[in-house]
Design a protein around this ligand. Structure first.
Ligand code: ATP
Length: 592
């Protein structure tokens, strides 16, 4: 299949933001895609070359791409740079230049060369494999890129560049692809759940797509938990009070300490260990101490477990704030960081044991199994747990947990299986701060900024932040936030965000504000606020509560937590804000 055929579909998809239309384009395309290409196409649609956990990064610098464009099209570098400055999107700017050139050059106008999808994918893969920034490597990258762009047609060129520099954003969330796979390969959207189950245990949309295309539903049903394929994590709903927890979970359930660290999914098979984060990136290299300890900590040889890694003060045994762990996220001198920022590993679930999936076992059985196979020591521990039956018991255990330096409690249904990839009320989180003011903190995406004055001159003094709307795959603004920042935070934000500046507002951002500067929606930060109010300006949950109004946060404040382990699609959703808003009005009414 020619890459230009795929690029034409990308072009159509780029022109719409409606989920149903995107799904239709995908369904049409999947139906005509040769079987052996399906997985590659699925990755390319999302601007990737493989599942996230494989960590294949293309990320070529714009400078190199511009030079390669010059080499393969003979368009002057200055002209490319100028077009890019005006347009704000390098792929689009180059595509326009190629178009102009083909209109004026007889030779090129005959037909732009189009490579096959397979060849483009393989060449991109070779580029991603080239590590380092030495001259040799840069030259090789440049040669590959120039070959990709040699005589390329304008639309293919646009998307090849977008994939190369990491700005391929067609607005296609995982959910849209799952819908399209169900329709294209099983004939009905009703099978979406089965396909999603396959995705939940493999975390690899490309693999799921390939099996669906080849073997339909029968193949999809064969998906099993496999060690070293990460499982999408089970997530919790929030509750504001002990009373609400009892309303949701009944008379008897488990309460566990909720530790404030990093969630780690641990895979072990015959001595080999791999580790995945909350967003399923491979984090093995940051935690050599976990890798070393795991085989000693377990009485079985094959397992998948979940634990919270928490930074500690080794002298006192005290838990330290989550932020300490971010020092571990480095490429070099990890051994030093391991000594400087010691951790304990606190287990709370088991998903696979000795050749068998545990996902369908009830919570109690999994906890029993976990207790049985774990060898506790100074490093590995099981998270404290108590079965509770009334408000007082929950209250006491919550107090206990806060006194031990935890954030609150996780409350879990005793019979519930492990529902991979799902957020629901079988697991609830009760934090201390939930019980006053707005309650929970929100994880919001930084989409823009306003320049600072005084002490903040030259930095981003105020940030514009957004929720994630998972129906539309967009980032609607919810508030401006300018408090809670230390000088160190301001420097950190500048360092991180200056790489994400875009000349034009990213089309996934929904906001009427005139920010001084816009960012690609990538960075997630934690915000607390006193209240959620209706807003004529902000766009979260637009027209859901009241026609023409969105929801906004009152007195928002940064908590100091940059949520490096969260992708923008893991940020707080419009639905979560609506739930908090409704909970808040209910309580006000109760007080009234
Ligand atoms: P979410 O994971 O629900 O999107 P989040 O990442 O902001 O939200 P929290 O709201 O703090 O996390 O709550 C869930 C997280 O709490 C889990 O992802 C896990 O990292 C952590 N956690 C701490 N203790 C436990 C426990 N006992 N059981 C389950 N998770 C726990």
């Amino acid at each position: 299949m020619k890459f230009s055929v795929l690029a034409e579909t990308f072009e159509k998809m780029e022109k719409t933001t409606k989920r149903l239309e995107l799904t239709d384009h995908l369904v049409d395309f999947f139906k005509n895609t040769p079987l052996d290409l399906v997985s590659k196409v699925v990755y390319l649609i999302q601007g990737k070359l493989g599942p996230d956990y494989e960590g294949i990064e293309i990320g070529v610098a714009e400078k190199i791409v511009i030079k390669a464009v010059h080499r393969s099209t003979a368009i002057e570098v200055k002209r490319i740079e100028e077009a890019y400055r005006k347009d704000g999107d390098l792929g689009h700017a180059v595509s326009k230049l190629i178009e102009q050139k083909t209109q004026t050059t007889l030779f090129d106008a005959v037909e732009g060369q189009s490579q096959t999808v397979e060849w483009v994918y393989d060449t991109l893969f070779k580029i991603a494999e080239l590590a380092g920034s030495g001259k040799n490597v840069v030259d090789k990258k440049m040669n590959y890129i120039a070959s990709l762009l040699n005589n390329v047609d304008s639309i293919s060129g646009k998307f090849i560049i977008k994939i190369l520099i990491g700005t391929m954003r067609l607005g296609v969330a995982d959910n849209t692809i799952l819908d399209a796979l169900a329709i294209a390969y099983t004939g009905s959207k009703d099978n979406r759940e089965k396909i999603e189950n396959a995705y939940n245990v493999s975390s690899d949309l490309g693999k799921v797509a390939k099996v669906a295309a080849k073997d339909g539903l029968e193949g999809i049903k064969q998906f099993k938990v496999i060690v070293f394929d990460p499982i999408r994590p089970m997530l919790a709903d929030r509750v504001k009070s002990e009373k609400e927890a009892i309303e949701k979970l009944g008379k008897k359930f488990a309460a566990e300490f909720k530790l404030d660290g990093e969630r780690v999914q641990i895979h072990l098979e015959n001595g080999r260990v791999d580790l995945f984060s909350r967003r399923l990136e491979n984090i093995r290299s940051y935690y050599p101490d976990i890798v070393e300890n795991i085989p000693k900590s377990l009485k079985i040889q094959n397992a998948i477990l979940e634990a919270e890694a928490v930074a500690i003060n080794e002298d006192t045994g005290e838990f330290l704030p989550f932020q300490e762990l971010m020092h571990r996220r480095r490429k070099y001198n990890v051994d030093k960081a391991v000594l400087q920022y010691p951790i304990t590993l606190n287990f709370f679930d088991i998903l696979y044991a000795d050749g068998k999936s545990c996902l369908n076992l009830g919570y109690e059985e999994r906890r029993k199994l976990l207790t049985k196979i774990l060898v506790e020591d100074n490093f590995s521990k099981i998270i404290p747990q108590k079965v509770v039956t009334n408000e007082n018991e929950i209250e006491d255990f919550l107090e206990n947990s806060i006194n031990s330096g935890c954030e609150g409690l996780m409350l879990k249904d005793l019979q519930s299986p492990y529902r991979a990839g799902a957020r629901g009320s079988n697991w609830l989180k009760l934090k201390r701060e939930y019980r006053n003011e707005l309650g929970d903190s929100l994880d919001l995406v930084v989409i823009g900024a306003f320049f600072g004055k005084g002490r903040r001159t030259g930095k981003y003094g105020t940030l514009l932040v957004a929720t994630y709307n998972d129906d539309e795959d967009t980032f609607p603004s919810i508030c401006k936030v300018g408090t809670g920042f230390t000088d160190e935070n301001l420097d950190q934000f500048y360092q991180i965000l200056s790489n994400k500046v875009t000349l034009k507002k990213n089309p996934r951002i929904i906001s009427d504000m005139e920010a001084d500067i816009w960012f690609d929606p990538e960075l997630v930060i934690e915000i607390v606020a006193s209240e959620i109010t209706l807003s004529p300006i902000h766009k979260t949950a637009q027209s859901t509560i009241r026609k023409g109004s969105g929801l906004a946060l009152r007195f928002p404040k940064f908590t100091g937590k940059i949520r490096m382990e969260k992708s923008p699609e893991n940020a707080s959703t419009d639905q979560e804000v609506i739930a908090l808003y409704k909970g808040q009005t209910k309580i006000t009414r109760e007080i009234d």
